[in-house]
Design a protein around this ligand. Structure first.
Ligand code: THU
Length: 133
């Protein structure tokens, strides 16, 4: 099977993760509708709650460039099992990705688990819930 093209950029940014407190590095790569790939890694802080996730970093880079539509997500960590995005990151991904967008969770050794945004965040809070009816 051919390697997912987002794996290499996710692994490259994984190497730059700043995780001295958890010792758990994460890398994320996201593709946008025009094919551009954005990378993010987790960046921790001595004030622990101030750390940010890899997915949040990639999304921030994407939004800063002006892009708004995620078409694919890849997350990699050095873990025994593919690591799913945390709850907050699921909502952040859903802000810019359709329900059918694929999120591949992977380990550095090559295990992969692929799910859709809707599978990761069923019953998501969305714009419809705020519509003035
Ligand atoms: N982390 C991510 O960056 N993404 C995930 O999908 C799961 C968790 C980070 C947050 C923290 O720096 C470390 O992993 C341990 O929770």
């Amino acid at each position: 099977m051919t390697e997912n093209p987002l794996r290499a950029p996710a692994l490259a940014v994984f190497a730059n993760a700043y995780a001295p407190y958890s010792n758990f590095k994460v890398g994320a790569a996201i593709r946008t509708d025009d094919g551009t790939v954005f990378q993010g890694c987790n960046v921790e802080n001595i004030a622990y709650p101030e750390g940010t996730c890899a997915e949040a970093g990639a999304i921030a880079a994407m939004a800063a460039s002006g892009a708004r539509k995620i078409t694919e997500v890849y997350v990699v960590a050095e873990a025994p099992l593919p690591v799913p995005p945390c709850g907050g990151c699921r909502q952040k991904i859903a802000e810019f990705a359709g329900k059918d967008v694929a999120v591949t969770m992977a380990t550095t050794t090559g295990q992969e688990l692929k799910m859709t945004v809707a599978e990761l965040l069923p019953g998501a809070f969305g714009a419809d819930h705020m519509a003035d009816t």
